[in-house]
Design a protein around this ligand. Structure first.
Ligand code: NAI
Ligand code: MG
Length: 348
């Protein structure tokens, strides 16, 4: 069966790392038909829309999954523009953002012994993007944003986290643990609801062997830097999960290495954790590993476990040989790094 995969490079280094990952997927022999789809800020500047309806329709009607690069969202307000990846997560109800963070023994800046999964709620929190600007009687501006936390979304992300913990406990033959990340001491209603809901899910009989702990988000950042080895599965509301992921990337060697899968009940859009990296875009020096790993996560979710393992073995071999891009101290280009990984993956 040929997989039909949407390819959405979008902006900046997305246009370099997505083709690199496609090359590796093809090398491991998974039959894939790639369907090129438009989205992004550059597309918006030319056509006035960031996520064309045709992209959404094609994904829904004729794709098994998709590989996304990155978008460049400006920090100032642009009339009519809204991040297409945030929109895509909502439109396809990709409610779980799954981000494995693993040490690389051959990467000098990677701390040893880290193997955790950040499970980030992907549809609500501050990313509902309901912002308002008002002016006080004395003429000063006041900006307000809605932060929505629902019992429903919190319960389903909790189930994803606990299921992953159960599966990992079985795989690694040790007790599983879920760390609930929140700030309920300051936000007892919103984060309080998230905390209570996750705790309620933890009482389900299927999860009786999973250890449950809580960590306030600020000290969670601290712990990510000083003791990341102590994490197994973390479950967090949208924005906390976003922030902790970049911090966790730092302790395993950088953003060039960490993938993510946006998963719904029957669809997956895989993407690197990093953004469009305008500082290095167009130079063919971006590390493709995060996106190659993302493609591996996608293949795994689509039932191609063996191919996913071959890809990871190819990555490990390249790292061992120092066949890396500049961010990891090597001299490979984006393209040549991917070619090396592809050749090792085939041999694996
Ligand atoms: P970024 O993740 O793009 O870059 C942060 C730093 O990491 C930069 O110095 C960059 O060169 C480096 N970096 C990132 N990926 C790399 C790779 N594969 N290889 C080597 N170095 C890499 O974050 P930044 O600079 O805060 O945001 C840039 C743009 O990306 C913004 O417009 C932002 O909105 C967008 N963004 C998009 C995301 C997405 O599409 N899901 C996620 C995060 C940011
Ligand atoms: Mg992010």
């Amino acid at each position: 069966d040929t997989l039909r995969i949407g390819s959405i490079p979008a902006d900046g280094i997305g246009k370099e790392v997505v083709p690199a990952a496609q090359l590796v997927v093809e090398a491991v022999g998974v039959p894939v038909k790639w369907i090129s789809l438009d989205a992004g800020f550059e597309y918006f500047q030319r056509h006035g829309v960031a996520l064309p309806q045709s992209t959404v329709d094609t994904l829904i009607n004729s794709c098994d999954g998709a590989l996304f690069g990155a978008v460049s969202s400006p920090s100032h307000r642009v009339e009519g523009y809204s991040s297409p990846i945030v929109a895509l997560r909502k439109k396809l109800d990709l409610f779980a953002n799954i981000r494995p963070v693993i040490s690389s023994p051959h990467v000098p800046r990677s701390l040893p012994g880290i193997n955790c999964v950040i499970v980030r709620e992907n549809t609500e929190c501050l990313y509902v993007k309901e912002e308002q600007l008002t002016t006080t009687a004395s003429g000063h501006k006041v900006a307000t944003a809605t932060r929505r936390i629902s019992q429903e979304a919190s319960a389903r992300i909790a189930k994803v986290a606990f299921d992953i913990a159960v599966q990992r406990a079985r795989e690694f033959k040790r007790p599983g643990k879920v760390t609930i990340v929140h700030k309920a001491n300051v936000l007892p209603i919103t984060d309080g609801l998230f905390r209570e809901t996750v705790l309620a899910v933890s009482k389900e009989s299927a999860y009786k062997d999973i250890i449950v702990e809580e960590q306030l988000v600020d000290s969670c950042v601290y712990r990510t830097f000083i003791d990341p080895q102590s994490f197994d599965v973390l479950v967090a509301p949208n924005m906390y999960g976003d922030i902790i992921s970049d911090g966790a990337a730092a302790v395993v060697g950088g953003l060039g290495l960490v993938p993510s899968a946006n998963s719904g009940n029957n669809f997956v859009v895989a993407e690197p954790v990093h953004g469009s990296a305008p500082d290095i875009a167009g130079l063919n020096i971006a590390n493709p590993i995060a996106t190659i790993r993302a493609a591996g996560l996608m293949l795994q979710q689509l039932g191609h476990d063996k191919a996913a393992r071959a890809i990871e073995a190819g990555i490990q071999e390249s790292l061992r040989r120092g066949q890396t891009t500049k961010d990891l101290g090597g001299s490979e280009s984006t393209h040549s790094a991917a070619e090396k990984i592809a050749s090792h993956a085939v041999a694996a």
